[in-house]
Design a protein around this ligand. Structure first.
Ligand code: ASN
Ligand code: ZN
Length: 332
């Protein structure tokens, strides 16, 4: 038995945060007993197994720099905790499977590894240290994106190819934005960008933009017949764009200090209903309407059905869902 403790994380991307840890005076470890015993392990540049559970005498983790081994652990542990809390407190879901059981995170995967991933087989998240082992892929939105792959696997189970694969990817980006707005630290305020903290492009630009996905140079803004044959990280674009339009509406808007300008395929305006309602609609569709083969047309049908159930078919919310899909060229 180990007491529930509150440690201090000095993260690279989210500033100083409180971490759920375990242990007692002189001997602590990264086991979050308040969140299904989610643990964070050190792979120490290995690529298999679990490595070693992060442990230490002082319950202070990391120093904000990637050169400190504990820093990536602090970020990953924090990301898992915020994602857990978002699903629990906003969606009423306890853990990835909804059974209250935590997963685990592995940091320092490989050497100069520029990716992070969820695995169904280990029920775990894994993070590389990025270019030069200096930019671990452990930002809050990346952690929430990967953990959401676990939620998707255990709910709609959207096939990771074709249009359903794009919807799977978009689901991870949508809830990553939800978690970031939920956490909303001064160091990493909520936004409709993905991976803006990890500088994966080396020029300070984010990995993805939800207001106008094509700004990344590869993602699609609008659905078209044949989009199912592009990489799932780019066919996600229209669904990310749908979510932005439904939340904030089309046109120019500044949210939390970030400026967006979201176009529509038909040039017609869309009025947003706010992020909180948009998140609820997507979550309920994911968990009660979507299946492994849901495509864009079926996602439209599913979210409209949910909007009807939640708000009625004559509601502004229902109309906004229809208009946001029309704005990305679905159902017109
Ligand atoms: N980081 C990537 C993702 O979660 C890994 C992958 O391509 N599956 O989408
Ligand atoms: Zn993904």
């Amino acid at each position: 038995w180990q007491a529930i403790e509150n440690g201090t994380g000095n993260t690279q991307y989210s500033g100083q945060v409180t971490l759920g840890t375990s242990g007692s005076s002189g001997s602590y470890n990264l086991t979050d007993s308040a969140r299904g015993n989610h643990k964070t392990y050190n792979l120490n540049r290995g690529t298999s197994g679990t490595g070693t559970l992060f442990s230490g005498a002082d319950d202070i983790w990391g120093n904000g720099s990637a050169t400190n081994t504990e820093t990536a652990a602090a970020d990953a542990h924090y990301g898992a905790a915020e994602t857990w809390d978002f699903y629990k407190n906003v969606m009423g879901r306890s853990g990835i499977r909804g059974d209250g059981v935590g997963a685990y995170s592995r940091v320092h995967y490989g050497n100069n590894y520029v990716n992070a991933f969820w695995s169904d087989s280990c029920f775990c998240m894994t993070y590389g240290d990025g270019s030069g082992n200096a930019a671990p892929l452990t930002s809050l939105d990346v952690a929430a994106h990967e953990m959401t792959h676990g939620v998707t696997s255990n709910t709609a189970n959207l096939n990771y190819s074709g249009e359903s694969g794009g919807l799977n990817e978009a689901t991870s980006d949508i809830f990553a934005a939800g978690v970031e707005f939920y956490s909303d630290t001064a160091e990493d305020p909520g936004d409709y960008l993905v991976g803006e903290k990890i500088d994966i492009n080396g020029d300070g630009t984010p990995l993805r933009y939800m207001d106008e996905p094509s700004k990344d140079g590869a993602s699609k803004d609008y659905w078209y017949s044949g989009i199912g044959s592009v990489d799932v990280h780019y066919s996600s674009g229209p669904a990310n764009h749908f979510f932005y339009l439904l939340s904030e509406g089309s046109g120019a808007k500044t949210v939390n200090g970030v400026s967006y300008n979201s176009p529509t395929s038909d040039g017609l305006p869309v009025t947003g209903i706010g992020r909180d309602k948009a998140l609820q609609i997507w979550y309920k569709a994911l968990t009660t309407k979507f299946t492994s083969t849901t495509n864009y047309a079926a996602a439209r049908t599913g979210t409209l059905a949910v909007a009807g159930e939640l708000y009625g078919t004559t509601s502004a919310e229902y109309t906004a869902v229809a208009n946001a899909w029309a704005g990305i060229n679905v159902g017109t």
